[in-house]
Design a protein around this ligand. Structure first.
Ligand code: GLY
Ligand code: MN
Ligand code: MN
Length: 358
């Protein structure tokens, strides 16, 4: 954690500011190691102070070894005011993307002597490139999720509901070591597979269905994210053609990933293939996103906001999809580490279309 705090220091000079107030929970955990649900961090050139309430004092002392842990007492703002005064902070950067207008108003009113400087993405930028420990954790998260998916795959049969299968998948993942889910499981069958984010419902699978599974778990705070679309019974020529188009787009994008190109460039590679097959209007989301403590984080692989050049150590998804409303949809998603040579793919299940007996 010490090294992460140190990597933050140039951002203070850029301001220039005397310190950064970190209030976003993923950023707090990233910088300090503290896993509790509440607390604020003040980072200065001299070190980091973590203010926590009475529920978390013992835990924070144990987890946040590189911080000075301070009890917040009954109310945060008087304690924060005292700390900022003790540290001699006149200009304080804060995370403008993670504070409500109401809270900001209270800060300014309670601590008027400080100049509050809005910043965005300071810690998030550090989080984009993972260190070796983070990569090991994410590899394990992906492996647990895949093992759970492979275990339930033979049970994806006509007559079962999406919810039943989702529950089995979650239970398997927990048994294999997942702390929980990274997001509510997407199990979208038949015409529901055209919903990019169709959460598992009471629909019963039928022969001829495509079923999209988008599954991600949490392990030691980090997320995994993967999607496979499988068939229950023979899906027919049209569904197979769409599947192969998505797979071709996905493979081409994976091939293009390496340090240097932007997320926009990689999105374009997949989008060109889907456009060329006549399905451009049916791919309405970006190609992928970073994954770490948050399931959706920077960098983005997207036509909308993919201006970040890829760097070794980033962990991103590659997840093109084609969705035909009222009919069916296909998405295939891998989780990959960007390496000096290209990619390390963390997602194991086959991408050849699996066709289960109905
Ligand atoms: N599970 C949401 C996503 O793949 O981005
Ligand atoms: Mn996903
Ligand atoms: Mn994703």
């Amino acid at each position: 954690m010490k090294e992460r705090l140190q990597r933050l220091l140039p951002a203070l000079d850029e301001g220039p500011v005397d310190g950064l107030l970190v209030t976003a929970s993923d950023n707090r955990r990233y910088l300090t190691g503290f896993t509790g649900s509440a607390g604020v961090v003040v980072v200065t050139r001299a070190g980091a102070h973590l203010l926590v309430d009475a529920r978390y004092e013992e835990q924070a002392e144990a987890e946040a070894a590189d911080c000075t842990v301070l009890p917040q007492g009954r109310e945060l703002l008087p304690a924060l005011a005292r700390l900022l005064g003790d540290l001699g902070i006149a200009r304080l950067a804060f995370e403008a993307g993670h504070v409500t207008v109401s809270d900001h108003g209270k800060w300014v009113e309670a601590i008027p002597d400080v100049e509050w400087i809005p910043t965005t993405g300071v810690v998030e930028t550090l989080r984009m490139v993972k260190d070796a420990d983070e990569l090991d954790i994410i590899r394990r998260a992906a492996a647990i999720a895949d093992e759970a998916f492979e275990e339930i795959l033979p049970t994806v049969r006509a007559g079962r509901t999406e919810e039943e299968i989702a529950l089995d998948l979650e239970f398997c993942a927990r048994r294999l070591g997942a702390e929980g889910l990274a997001f509510p499981l997407i199990v979208a069958s038949g015409e529901r597979s055209a919903l990019p984010h169709g959460r598992a419902s009471g629909r019963r699978l039928q022969s001829g269905d495509l079923v999209t599974f988008d599954y991600g778990i949490r392990y030691r705070g980090y997320c995994s994210d993967a999607t496979r679309t499988v068939a229950v019974g023979e899906p027919g020529e049209e569904r197979r053609r769409v599947y192969e188009t998505v797979l071709a787009a996905q493979r081409a994008a994976l091939e293009a990933i390496r340090p240097g190109p932007t997320g926009f460039d990689i999105d374009r590679v997949a989008r060109d293939i889907i456009d060329g097959a006549g399905f451009g209007e049916c791919f309405g989301h970006g190609l992928g996103h970073g994954v770490g403590l948050a399931v959706h984080e920077d960098p983005r692989l997207s036509y909308k906001n993919g201006d970040e050049p890829l760097e070794a150590g980033m962990v991103v998804t590659v997840e093109p999809g084609i969705y035909l409303p009222g009919s069916f949809g296909v998405r295939i998603e891998d989780l990959v580490v960007v390496t000096a040579e290209g990619t390390e793919v963390l997602t194991a299940p086959t991408k050849e279309l699996v066709v289960n007996e109905p």
